[in-house]
Design a protein around this ligand. Structure first.
Ligand code: AMP
Ligand code: GLY
Length: 463
């Protein structure tokens, strides 16, 4: 049975339709817009697929995009961090909405740049102040403390307070969790079993192990439980929608072993994130987060990514991100029935109102095929062979691919293609994803054969 949970359609604060100067009036046909999507991964490929299916979308541009995003729009050679270049290009191409895939432009203040320089062009995302929920783990933890949002006990330390940090470690029990405060490309979290090693790593982090990102280090209590990802689209006026819940698989090896990666696969929905769990997520985490942002005067009109852990039935926040997840987006997009472009435009203009976000029943899965050697060093430029026919209900979202000078599709990154599928059952969707993962070929290809296996077990136990 597909798990469904109740979505509060209007948010908890009164609707503010009058706030939106850009929204088409209900009586008029919606005005088509050109959309600029920033990013180049599997997440952006999935967003591009979904956006391009919207009747509201006139033209879709992806900057810089990858070897597969051209199936859904036009790739543009713009850097997502060069705001003035994006601005003048967007003006020439009559862009009506900017969608930001990854966190870097948001943390660097793309929302504020356009708010100041071209307020007629909305950006889906938080202001720079809101992006600090991902850009600074210390800020995020303090924010959660201020708003009573359940999270692991923590303290933050700098080079001046390193001895206090060591004493705090002594108060905790193993394993010890050390986090670089700033962005560290997903590598800034260390989980260490030995106390002396943890103290040593604290000194090394504060000494510049992750550059300026670890000038402040958050030490927190270790939480044990199974993790899932919940995404919320909010309009900054109290309106929000909860998207289909997903689980990703971060480690390179089967059985969740080996090094962390950008994500090796994902599944939606998630058996343990049932109605009871999701009600707690909404009441104890989503609403206090959105209310907290408003109370602190922080503009946030985009996606909030809640990295959650189920601690004996109680959801707690491991981290906030200020964008969609990758590879969770590859399954979440497949499970959204409604027009996401319309929802994003409404969110970016402060007017989600009563627009519905309907979920498709059934399951979506993705299995990431990666380059041999990833997440260590790996070759690039290897030709990719995609068979002419794929299983039903299957879609390949390209991640690290590009077209070379001879227009041959080649590998260009660690994570190469997210083999994504839907199905009436988890088993059926997974079967399709694995079949596609086996069928696509390039030298050294690797994928995890156990994506979704834990959720299959949980489903069997519950039935
Ligand atoms: P983060 O970058 O904060 O998501 O951390 C990366 C990963 O480290 C998370 O997905 C968790 O698997 C793990 N992790 C982070 N914080 C904790 C914690 N307090 N307890 C247990 N595991 C954690
Ligand atoms: N899949 C986790 C992330 O996008 O950060």
């Amino acid at each position: 049975m597909a798990l469904q949970y109740k979505v509060n359609p209007a948010g908890f604060v009164s609707e503010t339709p009058g706030d939106n100067p850009f929204a088409p009036a209900d009586t008029q046909a919606p005005r088509k817009i050109n959309v600029l999507l920033l990013g180049s991964g599997g997440r952006e490929a999935a967003l591009a697929w979904k956006i391009s299916s919207s009747p509201l979308c006139a033209r879709l541009y992806i900057a810089p995009g990858n070897g597969g995003t051209t199936a859904f729009g036009e790739n543009v050679a713009l850097s997502p961090l060069d705001f003035p270049a994006i601005d003048s290009w967007a003006e020439k191409h009559d862009i009506g909405l900017i969608v930001v895939g990854n966190e870097d432009p948001l943390v660097a203040g793309i929302w504020d740049y356009f708010h100041e320089h071209r307020p007629s062009l909305p950006v889906v995302g938080p202001s720079k102040a809101g992006a600090a929920l991902e850009g600074s783990k210390d800020f995020a933890k303090q924010f959660m403390t201020r708003h009573n949002i359940p999270t692991a006990r923590f303290r933050s330390f700098t080079a001046e307070t390193v001895d206090d940090g060591c004493r705090f470690l002594e108060e905790l029990t193993a394993p010890y969790v050390l986090k670089a405060d700033g962005l560290a490309a997903g590598k800034g979290v260390l989980i260490i079993n030995d106390l002396d090693q943890a103290k040593q790593s604290l000194r090394e982090m504060l000494g510049g192990m992750f550059g300026a990102s670890s000038a402040t280090v958050v030490i927190e209590e270790f939480l044990s439980g199974i993790e899932c990802s919940v995404f919320v689209l909010t309009d900054g006026n109290g309106g929000y929608r909860i998207l289909p819940v997903a689980k990703d698989y971060k480690r390179i090896g089967e059985g969740d072993t080996g090094l962390n990666t950008g994500g090796m696969g994902a599944v939606s929905p998630v058996a343990f994130a049932d109605d009871k769990f999701m009600r707690q997520v909404e009441d104890n985490i989503v609403i206090p987060t959105i209310k907290g942002l408003i109370d602190e005067g922080i503009t946030y009109r985009g996606f909030i990514f809640l990295g959650l852990i189920d601690v004996a039935g109680k959801p707690m926040v491991i981290e906030y991100n200020v964008r969609m997840g990758d590879p969770e987006t590859e399954v979440v997009m497949l499970r959204i029935q409604s027009d996401l472009l319309q929802l994003m435009q409404a969110a970016a203009t402060g007017s989600l109102g009563s627009l519905p976000l309907e979920q498709r029943p059934g399951y979506a899965t993705t299995v990431m095929i990666v380059s041999g050697g990833y997440p260590g060093s790996y070759p690039k430029g290897l030709p990719i062979d995609i068979p002419a026919s794929l299983p039903d209900e299957t879609i390949l979202f390209h991640a690290g691919t590009k077209r070379d000078a001879d227009d041959v599709l080649v590998t260009s990154g660690g994570r190469v293609i997210a083999c994504s599928a839907t199905g009436a059952t988890l088993e059926q969707a997974l079967g399709r994803s694995f079949e596609a993962a086996r069928a696509v070929e390039f030298e050294g290809k690797y994928f995890r054969r156990d994506i979704g296996a834990d959720l299959m077990r949980i489903e069997r136990e519950r039935n």
